[in-house]
Design a protein around this ligand. Sequence first.
Ligand SMILES: Cc1ncc(COP(=O)(O)O)c(C=O)c1O
Length: 240
Amino acid sequence: MRDETKCLHAGYTPKNTEPRVVPIVQSTTYVYDSTEDVAAVFDDPMKSLIYSRFGNPTVMAVEDKIAELEGGVGAMCTTSGQAAVLLSLLNICDSGDSFISLTEIYGGSVNLFFYTLKRLGIECIYIDKNASDEEINQAFKPNTKAVFGETLANPALTVLDIERFANIAHRHTVPLIVDNTFATPVLCKPFEYGADIIVHSTSKYMDGHAVQIGGAIVDSGKFDWMCGKFPGLTEPDESF
Ligand SMILES: Cc1ncc(COP(=O)(O)O)c(C=O)c1O
């Protein structure tokens, strides 16, 4: 847990202070009392905020709210919904891996999966939501790392049977990632039906008044990432 009280940016209200009023902290960096304080944070970035690309009080307040709305343990905001979709997969799929996606999803995601991820060596296997369990099981390969679908598909508005696809994904020890943009947690909380990761384009209903492109990735905290298939999430990062 970060010691956010160390962050001396004017007007910043530390976490756990209710009600939480956070100003728009429009700053790349933060103010510290001394160079020693800054050096300590560089030695251990979990101590406090260093740089807004890693963490920003305003964004963290939004992340906490979205995580709470979805019933997850944590969230990370991104610069767009498409970035959220991309990062949710790039963090668990390496070149040479594959994942399964429902066919009825947002066109931008279809292109991202079929063209962009293909160039990176990540294969997307599309399946129809009405496919039989046998057909879906056959789509899984040893390198399959996730199943992806949308609660309410854009633009078809078809409804994903989250429970069914979560059970199938879990039988193959992979997470179900659900794009909950169109439903929002007001209409549906995919974690309650077994989803493991939720992604959002906050540019739509969450924004509410068409002023800010954004996205979010939320973790249910329930998937067993230590199962051996996801070293990128469980082993030390070389860069640290
Ligand atoms: C369901 C869904 N997911 C993701 C996106 C991409 O989000 P953004 O436009 O914020 O990048 C959209 C955009 O229309 C969407 O409808």
